[in-house]
Design a protein around this ligand. Sequence first.
Ligand SMILES: Nc1nc2c(ncn2[C@@H]2O[C@H](COP(=O)(O)OP(=O)(O)OP(=O)(O)O)[C@@H](O)[C@H]2O)c(=O)[nH]1
Ligand SMILES: [Zn+2]
Length: 212
Amino acid sequence: MDNTRHIPDRDDDIDGYEKIDRYNPDLIDSLKGHYHEVLKLIGEHPGREGLLKTPERMAKAMLYLTHGYDLNAEEILKSAMFKEDYSQMVVVKDIEVYSMCEHHMLPFLGKAHVAYIPNGYVVGLSKIPRIVDVFARRLQVQERLTNEIRDCIQQTLNPIGVGVVIECRHMCMSMRGVQKQNSVTTTSAFTGAFLQDKTRTEFLNLISSRLS
Ligand SMILES: Nc1nc2c(ncn2[C@@H]2O[C@H](COP(=O)(O)OP(=O)(O)OP(=O)(O)O)[C@@H](O)[C@H]2O)c(=O)[nH]1
Ligand SMILES: [Zn+2]
């Protein structure tokens, strides 16, 4: 079976990704074979007891960690859009992010804060963290992750504006490489009303405040 996955240019939408059957046993077997070789190549003994199931575990873990390729964020948002006469900012903050950098395939993790101002429709609140996961559970860079969340909400919900702030620690900067343990990367992306200082400041104040 052909397990190659076409990764499209960054501005292609999800339909540009070649669909794979993530739960196909042949795919897991094929990945298992590759991870078995990887274990040998890094100087391990894949035959020792503790590693016997490791190639299979790695295969399943990697397929899970990239399952965002299977999901369509637009469909998720559209499945729970409700007509509502509410025109103030809606903020969902402190959404856990678990992603993997596309350069080293090491995790980056932290929090996303997402806001929008409705324009006749609100979206089911749980759908916001769900679309964060759709884009995070792929190979990413933090900047693109931020923009993809913003663009999806803007294009699907057509709100007055969208704001996205993401704060993450990158394991490729702490476990290896430059080895800085405490650096946090912040990215942001805005549309519409959030391009104005007043709205953006309100959003930034709301995400920095804590519930007592
Ligand atoms: N802009 C951006 N860079 C990232 C992200 N995740 C990892 N990187 C960076 O990608 C870069 C890849 O740089 P290279 O010089 O090709 O790779 P490298 O030799 O492994 O670099 P070092 O990490 O500096 O050792 C590094 O600077 C990483 O810190 C991300 O989400 N956004
Ligand atoms: Zn990296």
